[in-house]
Design a protein around this ligand. Sequence first.
Ligand code: GDP
Length: 298
Amino acid sequence: MFESLSERLSGVFDKLTRQGALTEADVSAALREVRVALLEADVSLPVARDFIRQVQAKAAGQAVTRSVTPGQQVVKIVHDELVAMLAGDEGEIGALRIDSPPAPVLMVGLQGSGKTTTTAKLARRLKEKDCKKVLMASLDTRRPAAMEQLAVLGAQIGVDVLPIVPGETPVQIARRARQQAMLGGYDVYLLDTAGRLSIDDELMAEVAAVRDEVKPRETLLVVDGLTGQDAVHTAENFDRRIGVTGVVLTRMDGDGRGGAALSMRAVTGKPIKFVGLGEKMDALEEFHPERVAGRILG
Ligand code: GDP
């Protein structure tokens, strides 16, 4: 998922580590190349700039040019800063807060982002990995096909889906889902809200009404990772209007440049909790900043 960035950086660092001694000018030149590589990966300019500034300050503070292995030390600093950029202040990101059953989880996002697929993938994961009893409900009253899609996926993965009752509003469906979850002894219920092609007030008002009704433990925003900085803007917007607790980046199996993953935390302050790595139901991975930084730096 970060192939081209990873390649670019390994080129820069190979050169750096092969040189025995380094001058400050060598380090600066290398960091300029890192900055270009980040921008090419569609990391936003302020985030890339900040990143380089931090690395530069640490490199100066640790007097890397005077160390025995200056190249490796710069790589180590870049690695640590990458982790910090991906993880924010909390370090490794924990799992979902789905204690006190039945825990409502609100799935939000634009149409076509992979929201329904991700809802089902997450349900499957909670069932198989965490042994949770999971209920799913589609709140997309305007698109019967989306409701059907969730029902089909539910049958495929063996997760219960709230039966469709024509004519209900999203809030009414959410209420029925809560009741069903309580009566049926479910641990979690996932609410797949309606998406739109773009952010509009009507969509936001509808999602906000559902949020106020169920008071979700988690509100997960699903965004298309291929859209780079647009994904980050979408996240800012949803967070401002709805309040988001975490982000799921989909299509990270594609040839996206990775910028969304890299700037999401720094720009929005929200953790990426999962990444989607394909269309199949098992193609959902927890997001680990350490692992991702390791993957980027090879
Ligand atoms: P929604 O409109 O947001 O609910 O989007 P869907 O869940 O219907 O997904 C739209 C399309 O994206 C479907 O064809 C999915 O199979 C596909 N999709 C979803 N997540 C991923 C992913 O992580 N990787 C890939 N390659 N395709 C995905």
